[in-house]
Design a protein around this ligand. Structure first.
Ligand code: NAD
Length: 257
């Protein structure tokens, strides 16, 4: 008799909070978790977007609660924590998917644009961790959404790149401090079609042609293709994975000539 038992990749018993979960990648993760049987709160600043996504979670059989939050405001994150604890009794998985971008170049970008991006994308991740980690149970999992911009040279995105580099460093730092118990990892998506960028990456554009040529997958990603990585990192099947950045880019970053 060979003794063997592995933990399935499942989030069916998890209570998840997805910040930036009412649009794009975060919304796909929220709906993916709900479809897999998790209880999910998907939140952002917009009451309408929160309500629409909560309806979609319920349509997929997930329990949810409706609460807005702004990651630049610690009080609203405290409110989010209280709502999640009241609704679910605790939190197992936190996803930080909120996004902010500026396309000002290095020699042009001013403090306002720089601070706007870093406040949401980097300080926002810190505030989400600080406010929600204390409500997380043993075996919790935090998933921060980074970007290829953290490690590739990209023009026109200095604040975004710096913020995402910070997110990856902060992910490793918080994995260390919150261990054992809470695991902290990041997902670095490649080029993913979302409502905000569908024109930038539209078929026929020069950018799209370059992505299609370099990515080993030969194409951009659909947002749903980020869900599997998040389910894995949120599941106990990834119990030995922490402080990692999981790149989901169709082989773009490591593709040579
Ligand atoms: N789409 C891509 O190609 C791509 C690639 C790499 C990384 N990312 C990252 O993935 C994440 C999601 O991006 P997306 O493309 O889905 O964008 P998106 O704009 O569709 O979603 C971002 C979400 O964040 C919310 N948000 C913005 N500011 C907020 C704030 N202050 N407080 C709370 N919520 C706030 C928005 O309302 C929205 O729900 C971001 O971190 C982004 O940097 C995206």
């Amino acid at each position: 008799m060979v003794a063997y038992e592995h933990t399935p990749v499942s989030v069916s018993d998890k209570r998840a909070v997805v910040v930036g979960g009412t649009s794009g990648i975060g919304q796909a993760i929220a709906l993916g978790f709900a479809t897999e049987g998790a209880d999910v709160i998907a939140t952002s600043r917009s009451e309408d977007a929160v309500a629409e996504t909560a309806d979609a979670i319920e349509e997929r059989g997930g329990n949810t609660a409706r609460v807005t939050c702004d990651v630049t405001d610690a009080d609203s994150l405290e409110q989010l924590r209280e709502t999640a604890v009241e609704a679910f009794g605790g939190i197992d998985v936190v996803v930080a998917s909120q996004g902010a971008i500026s396309r000002e170049r290095i020699l042009d970008i001013g403090d306002d644009d720089w601070d706007f991006v870093t406040d949401v994308a980097l300080d926002g991740v810190r505030r989400v961790t600080q406010e929600l980690a204390p409500a997380m149970d043993e075996d919790g999992s935090i998933i921060n959404i980074s970007s290829l911009a953290a490690r590739l040279s990209m023009a026109d995105l200095p604040a975004y790149a710096a913020a995402k580099g910070g997110v990856e460093a902060f992910t490793r730092a918080s994995a260390k401090e919150l261990a054992p118990g809470i695991r902290v990892n990041a997902i670095a998506p490649g080029f993913v079609i979302t409502p905000q960028n569908k024109e930038t990456y539209a078929e026929g554009t020069e950018k799209r042609a370059k992505i299609d040529e370099r990515a080993l997958a030969g194409r951009v990603a659909e947002r749903e293709e980020m869900v599997g990585a998040a389910v894995f990192l949120g599941s106990d099947a990834s119990s030995y994975v922490t402080g990692e950045v999981l790149t989901v880019d169709g082989g773009f970053a490591d593709s040579a000539l």
